[in-house]
Design a protein around this ligand. Structure first.
Ligand code: AMP
Length: 488
């Protein structure tokens, strides 16, 4: 089993139909996409080689993924919003041999790493897609690694969730069974980053011959997105909750070709969801997943949103096809209905472990279960509601930010004695980062200090100055106390 088989099937069936579009413009048919992927693939290898893709949303990402899989290599998508320093950490951790980058990211990255960086507009890249094509892969073990999904670690270091061909195939089948049934008259419009959720959805839509539409701005611009959903047939998209809100704020009504919006990856407030449904109708699907069980733990289907009460709309739904989900007490016994415990899941979608990190793998995969680090409870109808996260993470606009990482950098500033970072609820972003500071450094100084070291989106939106951080008798900072001060 090889994910390349999905493209192969689409090319056999829909050969001369449009496959990849930049905005409204057709770039490749399914046949030419397969051809390009196989030609590019012949320049990659040997099997197991890690190949990074560091780019805003661009059409080349689609061919790069399938080329990498055809060569039985591993794609390492990198969030383009990271600081080059953070990107290099991932390249080093994953032992990447080759980076394919957009011109913009390539320019920033080349001087920061010794790993070869090739931009997708270069002659070298064109030469690869003109090489002789590789034979199609025949027998790939489904346990072969396909994707290293990097998430920020609680310790500040990124961890690579190892996703195999089997994992992504299970995700694909579950998506087609539960959420969406596209065909060759449909389109996947890439609004969210293709290095994460939107890219993970490439396989199910490719299998059905649905167009891959990449906005020409390479970003998420609500009006452009809605225009594309007027132009292309049968559109679906994965969007972070903040993006859904931005669509609603345009005041526009649903483009007639927009069929499905899958939202998730972070909390969506019930009120925002109701506004979105009032604006666009019952086209929404919710997923709850994480890098370690990509896009697939629980979900709410389109029909579940219709005439649903607030408890259902505020939940993350019920177990996805092929996934077992349970809530466990501290002693690992199952929690009763309504009782909060840690959410665990198992199934073919669950990662093989963390790359080169047996300690983290041991803590996260236990007795066949993935410990999600999320706390939640089931109601008597089987709907799961997230209550808290046992991992100390802030999710802002769909991006995960680990407070510890920001605190460590803040503490490097000579004008900071103590720093405590928490998330505060926010109408637009879901949560925003707030830093409590004991010290004399000004917000402008701290901003400048952080911008040199970590990604812009991790920067606190607000600084609160206090005399001392609240601590328990062991000296541990009481984060809950800090959150309470923000009215959370
Ligand atoms: P990531 O690994 O970056 O995809 O982040 C996964 C985390 O995002 C999960 O462990 C949850 O804490 C959170 N998350 C994902 N989906 C949802 C959702 N539908 N509602 C609330 N939080 C979510």
């Amino acid at each position: 089993m090889n994910l390349f088989g999905l493209l192969d099937q689409a090319a056999d069936r829909f050969g001369d139909r449009g496959a990849v579009f930049c905005g409204e413009r057709e770039l490749h048919t399914w046949s030419s996409l397969r051809e390009r992927a196989l030609r590019m693939s012949s320049t990659l290898g040997p099997p197991g080689t890690r190949i990074a893709v560091a780019s805003e949303n661009r059409p080349e990402i689609v061919e790069l993924m399938f080329a990498t899989w055809a060569a039985e290599c591993v794609v390492v998508p990198i969030n383009y919003k990271l600081h080059p320093r953070e990107m290099v950490q991932i390249l080093d951790d994953a032992g990447v041999s080759q980076v394919f980058a957009s011109p913009k990211i390539g320019a920033e990255l080349t001087s920061a790493t010794e790993v070869p960086v090739e931009t997708v507009d270069s002659e070298a890249y064109s030469a690869r897609v003109s090489s002789s094509p590789r034979e199609r892969p025949r027998v790939t073990d489904p346990a072969t690694l396909a994707w290293l999904f990097y998430t920020s670690g609680t310790t500040g270091r990124s961890k690579g969730a190892m996703l195999t061909h089997r994992n992504l195939m299970a995700m694909t089948v579950s998506h087609l069974a539960d959420f969406d049934s596209p065909d060759h008259n449909c389109s996947l419009v890439h609004g969210a980053p293709m290095s994460h959720g939107s890219g993970l959805y490439i396989p199910p839509y490719v299998l059905r011959g649905a167009r891959q539409v990449i906005p020409s701005s390479a970003a998420f611009e609500p009006d452009e997105f809605l225009d594309l959903c007027e132009h292309h047939p049968g559109c679906s998209a994965f969007l972070a909750p903040t993006m859904v809100q931005r669509l609603v704020q345009t005041g526009r009504s649903r483009p007639h070709n927009l069929r499905t919006i899958v939202y998730g990856g972070g909390p969506m407030y019930v009120d925002s969801l109701k506004k979105a449904m009032a604006a666009f109708g019952p086209i929404f699907v919710q997923l709850y997943g994480q890098g370690e069980a990509p896009m697939t733990i629980t979900g709410l289907r389109r029909a579940d949103h219709v005439e649903a009460d607030d408890a259902v709309l505020g939940s993350v739904g019920y177990a996805r096809s092929g996934v077992d989900v349970a809530v466990l007490r501290d002693d690992d016994t199952p929690a009763a209905v309504g009782e909060i415990g840690e959410i665990v899941c198992r199934g073919d979608v669950v990662m093989a472990g963390y790359w080169n990190n047996t300690e983290a793998t041991r803590k996260t995969l236990q007795d066949g279960w993935l410990r999600t680090g999320d706390m939640g409870s089931f109601d008597e109808r089987g709907f799961l509601t997230l209550r808290d996260r046992s991992k100390d993470v802030v999710i802002s606009g769909g991006s995960n930010i680990y407070p510890r990482e920001v605190e460590e950098i803040l503490l490097e500033h000579p004008g900071v004695y103590e720093a405590g970072v928490v998330g505060a609820p926010d109408e637009e972003w879901g949560e925003v980062v707030v830093a409590f500071i004991v010290g004399s450094a000004s917000p402008a100084e701290l901003d400048a200090h952080l911008l040199e070291r970590i990604a812009r989106f991790k920067r606190p939106k607000r600084y609160e100055y206090i005399d001392e951080l609240p601590k328990n008798s062991y000296g541990k900072v009481l984060k809950r106390d800090l959150r309470d001060r923000l009215g959370r």
